[in-house]
Every structure is written in C-alpha cells, then in structure tokens.
Design a protein around this ligand. Structure first.
Ligand SMILES: Nc1nc2c(ncn2[C@@H]2O[C@H](COP(=O)(O)OP(=O)(O)O)[C@@H](O)[C@H]2O)c(=O)[nH]1
Ligand SMILES: [Mg+2]
Length: 283
C-alpha cells in the first residue's frame, strides 16, 4: 500500500496548542472510536497530560465487538487517575452516565473547593482523533439549551465554555488530536474508521487490508454478508464478492473500485455486525 502521508508538523503544532490548554483544565475526556480504540490513542499525548485525570470514552460501542470493548475498558480503568466507560453518544441520557464519573475523577479538587466554600466550576476538555464522536458527545452532554458562558480570563480568547448541570464546564470546541500515523497498520485502521480522509489513501488497498482482518477475526460476518465461501486469500475473496454482486466491467473483468468502495462503506455503516479492528493481542 502507498504509504499514508505523515505530517509530523501538524501533529507537533496540535500537541503544542493542547499542552497550553491543558494547563487551564481539571480533567480530560479522551474519546476513542471503539472500533479501533488502541489506534486512536496517541502515545505522544500522554506526555502532555500532566497527571490530570482522564476519562476514556469508548465511543460508538454500538458498532464494536463487545468482548474487546470490555477488555480494553478493564485495561484503561486500571491506569492511575483514569476511568473508562463505553458509550453510544447518539443515544440520549449520556450526561447521566458520564457526569458522576467526572465528579468522581475530580473528587479531590471538589473536596478542596468545598472546604473553602468555593464555587469555581471544574473544566473538562474533550479530545480525540477526527470523527471519533467528540462533537456528538459534547452536544449530547450539553443538551439542547446549552448556555454559553463566554470567554473567561486565563483561557485562549475566542474559546467558549459551556456549563453542565453537574458544576463542570466543557470546552465547546473539541481538541482534535492528530492521529499517530507512524505505524502503517494504525494509519490503515484509522482510514477504515473514517478518521483520515479517503483522498490520501488507495481505497482498493484499504479494502484488501480490511478483508484480510475480517477473514482472520470475523470470517462468519464476511461470509454471511456476501454469501461467499471462505478462503485465506483476501484478493480471491474480493473477486468472489464482485462476482456475486455482478460488479464487473466490460469484458467481464472485476470492477475493483466499485467492489472495494462497497466493502469499506459496508464496514463504516456497521453492516457486517459489531467489529473491532484492534484485537486483544494488540493490547
Ligand atoms: N453509531 C454511532 N455513531 C456515532 C457515535 N458518536 C458519533 N457518531 C457519528 O460519528 C460521526 C462523527 O461524529 P462527530 O461528533 O462529528 O466526530 P468528531 O469529528 O470527533 O467531532 C457522525 O456521523 C456521528 O453521528 C456513536 O456512539 N455511535
Ligand atoms: Mg467535531
């Protein structure tokens, strides 16, 4: 596969901006796409966290493999000063689940403020790779009648803080974490889940990689979706899918563009079933 473009400059800039913002906040909500949660983690970001409490949100859990989601949740919960929940951010009632956990993670600070009878709101910043559901989560937490509190001293100008009912404030422009593209497997998984724009990757090679993963970890889903026989060769599988679908071009050749685009689209729409591309062996 053509190497996925790697823009270290962009990432360095994003991380620098975030490191400034992190100084003004009390906790981080780190959103991960549960279909590739480990690939969404940016190891460089850890250095910036300054031991602030982190709530990992395994988002889009409705599309992911429950066994792996539960396993990764258990692993992330064990990290110091961290908690983890799995979530479908589209569903209502998100704030009821998330708010008590935020309070619990910041309980030391809340107790300190309470002792001094201070009513300063705590601040949370939502971060994650593109398309993992940050905006959806923020909108859901804020509800329809979100109250903008406007700029506050000490925070970058133009940033809007939104008050939640639980005494927290949340930054309404989420921090987009530049994904870690040094590892090509990670880069491909991020493309498949739609975090990296399609224009920079070859959709046919991406599809070949996806079929390879599906054959290895979810062969039944693949078989059932397209009513095909199983074999170990991803290219032969793609050929068979194309034949079944009659995705052929003049002369009877396989229309790879159409077939591969369909396979990726079927994955993104969750049509195979609940799938996670990062496996427990990667943890
Ligand atoms: N199935 C499912 N889709 C979700 C979930 N959260 C967000 N999405 C969808 O994922 C896409 C990207 O969400 P968005 O909030 O814009 O992501 P952002 O780029 O991180 O802000 C949108 O189409 C959302 O509707 C979820 O929990 N489940
Ligand atoms: Mg967004």
């Amino acid at each position: 596969m053509a190497k996925v473009n790697w823009f270290p400059g962009h990432m360095a800039k994003t991380l620098m901006q975030m490191s400034k913002e992190i100084k003004n906040i009390d906790m981080i909500i780190y959103v991960l796409d549960a279909r590739a949660p480990l690939s969404c983690l940016n190891p460089k970001f850890n250095e910036l966290c300054e031991n602030k409490p982190i709530l990992f949100v395994l988002n889009k859990v409705d599309l992911a493999d429950d066994y792996i989601s539960n396993y990764i949740k258990m692993v992330l919960k064990q990290k110091d000063n961290c908690d983890c929940i799995s979530l479908n951010s589209i569903q209502s009632g998100t704030s009821k689940i998330i708010e008590p956990i935020m309070k619990n993670l910041c309980k030391n600070k809340l107790q300190k403020y309470a002792k001094k009878q201070l009513t300063i709101p705590l601040r949370a910043m939502v971060i994650g790779v593109p398309n993992c559901g940050k905006s959806t989560l923020i909108n859901n937490m804020c509800g329809i009648k979100k109250t903008k509190t406007g700029d506050k001293a000490g925070v970058t100008r133009g940033k809007q803080w939104v008050a939640l009912k639980n005494g927290f404030e949340i930054l309404d422009t989420p921090g987009t974490l530049w994904p870690n593209l040094e590892n090509q497997e990670i880069a491909k998984k991020l493309c498949i889940i739609g975090s990296i724009k399609d224009e920079i990757v070859d959709i046919n090679e991406l599809s070949l990689y996806l079929v390879t993963l599906l054959q290895k970890y979810y062969p039944k889903f693949l078989q059932e979706r397209y009513d095909i026989k199983l074999n170990d060769n991803a290219l032969l599988t793609i050929n068979e899918i194309a034949q079944k679908k009659h995705f052929l071009i003049k002369g009877g050749d396989i229309d790879y563009d159409r077939t591969c685009a369909m396979i990726i689209d079927d994955f993104r729409k969750g049509r195979f079933g609940k799938i996670t591309l990062d496996q427990v062996e990667n943890v």
